[in-house]
Design a protein around this ligand. Structure first.
Ligand SMILES: NC(=O)c1ccc[n+]([C@@H]2O[C@H](COP(=O)([O-])OP(=O)(O)OC[C@H]3O[C@@H](n4cnc5c(N)ncnc54)[C@H](OP(=O)(O)O)[C@@H]3O)[C@@H](O)[C@H]2O)c1
Length: 353
């Protein structure tokens, strides 16, 4: 059998944003990807290297205004890295034209339209479109992703939290009362200018935000962890803004069902569940995840500890919000959907230090 080597024409919509830029960076290193078009709104008409100078000499293209018919003519696959509420129009226009679409926004992640409306409001998304979208967490939905034409790529915080605790919930080792305490780099907020994301306001400090059920990613964690546990899970989620540009460290707290179970049992459950996963490493006991060890990569570092005095299990994950939390994961989904090797374009290690 001959190995297919033709290139796959790919469009990136929202190419001037942080996630769009990371998609382009990774796709430039992908053995089968060819960038067929790059699209954005206010930066349309400008050379990419003028908007994002790190592409100078590497990707000499002009950013264009989005036009569904033109994209469908040029590209077989499109990534939509637009704000939620805006993305769904683009996704729906491309899906209708037969393009394989990976949506990085939250528009199609929640399975129940009423739950989506209660968290995001806005224009309702057509139910058939929502039902067609596969939730793009390959470690849970690899089978559904094979051949998928529409993928709702998970949020960054949910990715870190779900990979840390879903196996323990699924194995019935912990109760469904989950606390997620996570710290994110500032790139998680995108490149739009807001005063509270200016350098002097984020450096040398750390703050919680959208606490006590106010952050929209809570709904996604509830949804996926409930499915993993086979019973209703309500997550208490506290996000923090940390003085770094990339990375998410998630500390996920749960109550053990058996208070006498030692840490080794939880460690083994994680190791067993993620055995063979190309991007997940369950660190040896005693080693703890650090965002600087996954920075710039699609990798996930996990560990688990038990505090018998407090009767709590603590699962910890580190991911790069731009990598496994967004662009890397989207490309992993594309690879699976198209039947390519899952790690194609994604086997780089972290940029450390
Ligand atoms: N940042 C993260 O860590 C992260 C992680 C996972 C998922 N996400 C999701 O990924 C999406 C993009 O996030 P981001 O952080 O990259 O945001 P961002 O930096 O603000 O970029 C948004 C991009 O969308 C473009 N845009 C906005 N409206 C448009 C329209 N109507 N037509 C064409 N282009 C349009 C912008 O172009 P102009 O600037 O040229 O107008 C820009 O390129 C969001 O839905 C976000 O929730 C982000």
């Amino acid at each position: 059998m001959t190995q297919e080597t033709t290139t796959i024409p790919i469009a990136v919509v929202g190419a001037s944003g942080y996630v769009g830029a990371e998609l382009l960076r990774l796709l430039l290193g992908h053995p089968r990807a060819a960038i067929a078009g790059i699209y954005a709104r206010s930066s349309a008409g400008q050379p990419l290297a003028q908007v994002l100078p790190h592409f100078a000499g590497r990707l000499e293209r002009t950013i264009e205004s989005f036009d569904a018919a033109a994209v469908a003519e040029r590209a077989r696959v499109a990534f939509s890295a637009l704000p939620h509420g805006e993305s769904v129009q683009v996704v729906s226009a491309l899906a209708e034209r037969g393009v394989t679409v990976l949506d990085l926004s939250a528009d199609l992640r929640l399975r129940d339209p009423e739950v989506h409306a209660s968290w995001y409001g806005g224009v309702p998304v057509s139910l058939p479109l929502r039902q067609r979208a596969v939730y793009g967490l390959p470690e849970l939905y690899r089978r559904e992703l094979a051949g998928a034409k529409l993928v709702a790529v998970p949020g960054c915080y949910p990715t870190g939290a779900i990979l840390a605790i879903a196996p323990l919930l699924a194995a019935g080792l912990v109760q469904p009362d989950i606390i997620v305490d996570a710290k994110s780099g500032v790139s998680g907020a995108g490149h739009a200018l807001t005063a509270d994301h200016l350098y002097p306001e984020v450096t040398e400090g750390i703050r919680a935000y959208k606490v006590a059920g106010a952050h929209r990613h809570t709904a996604e964690m509830d949804q996926e962890l409930s499915l993993a546990a086979g019973q209703r899970v309500h997550v208490m989620f506290t996000p923090h803004l940390a003085p770094m540009s990339r990375g998410i460290l998630s500390c996920v707290y749960a109550t053990p069902r058996n208070p006498d179970l030692a840490a080794g049992a939880y460690h083994e459950a994680l190791r067993e569940r993620w055995k063979g996963e190309p991007f997940i490493t369950v660190l040896p006991p005693g080693q703890l995840p650090d965002t600087s060890h996954v920075r710039g990569s699609n990798r996930v570092h996990l560990s688990v500890a038990v505090d018998p005095r407090a009767r709590r299990v603590l699962a910890i994950s580190a991911i790069d919000n731009m990598g496994k939390g967004a662009a890397g994961q989207a490309i992993q989904c594309m690879n699976i959907a198209l039947g390519l090797p899952e790690t194609a374009g994604l086997d780089g290690v972290a940029a450390f230090p």
